[in-house]
Design a protein around this ligand. Structure first.
Ligand SMILES: O=C(O)CCC(=O)C(=O)O
Ligand SMILES: [Fe+2]
Length: 195
């Protein structure tokens, strides 16, 4: 199943969602492997002069030497986990785009989240296509335009979301918290970093 947004203006977000990109079994196995085998960092950010733990765990991976500045840290990649490499190759084929890095987020439960932001850092270039693959619990993915128009997508296990360049120009996105009792989720956002 693929849902493609036909318009490419600022009124309709530029995305394609493929809900059955990975089979449920493959998504499940990949979730287990990555949650066990990756090193999950608890990063902190400075808020009002205080260090605060961000509400999720993270891992950054990519071609050796690729650097990414993220919430005040500079992370350097040192190669790919084989399962992440395989997902990357499938995501590249599906989106006709090449990636050299991935930011991986682990949302441990419904209280983990990601605030409103755009992925428009200069090192992603002027027209970034970012592809995100989700494993584990389904989460709501919200899009918000400057006029406060919102769209909601449900990112289920095994889904792939292509965020086109227009999306980052006109829309912010977030993963809100939920009070529902839900399990963990891993999301991989593949990026091309130009240095
Ligand atoms: O978890 C998600 O689906 C979104 C992740 C995200 O927006 C990011 O890593 O920049
Ligand atoms: Fe993002």
């Amino acid at each position: 199943m693929s849902e493609k947004n036909p318009k490419r203006d600022d009124l309709t977000p530029d995305y394609t969602l493929i809900t059955d990109f990975l089979s449920p079994d493959t998504a499940d196995q990949n979730f287990n492997t990555l949650s066990n085998e990756l090193e999950w960092r608890q990063d902190q950010i400075k808020m009002f002069g205080k260090l605060v733990a961000i509400p999720r765990l993270q891992n950054f991976m990519g071609d050796p030497g690729i650097r990414y500045r993220y919430s005040g840290l500079t992370l350097t990649a040192s190669g790919w986990h084989p399962v992440v490499k395989k997902i990357k190759e499938l995501a590249e084929a599906a989106s006709n785009t090449e990636f050299n890095a991935v930011l991986i987020n682990l949302y441990r439960d419904g209280q983990d989240s990601m605030g409103w932001h755009k992925d428009d850092e200069p090192e992603l270039g002027p027209e970034p296509t970012i592809v995100s693959v989700s494993l584990g619990a389904t989460r709501r993915f919200l899009l918000r335009a400057a006029d406060k128009t919102q769209h909601e997508l449900l990112l289920n296990s095994g889904s792939l979301l292509v965020m086109g360049p227009e999306l980052q120009k006109h829309w912010q996105h977030s993963i809100p918290k939920t009070r529902k009792q839900i399990g963990p989720r891993i999301n991989l956002t593949f990026r091309k970093i130009v240095q």
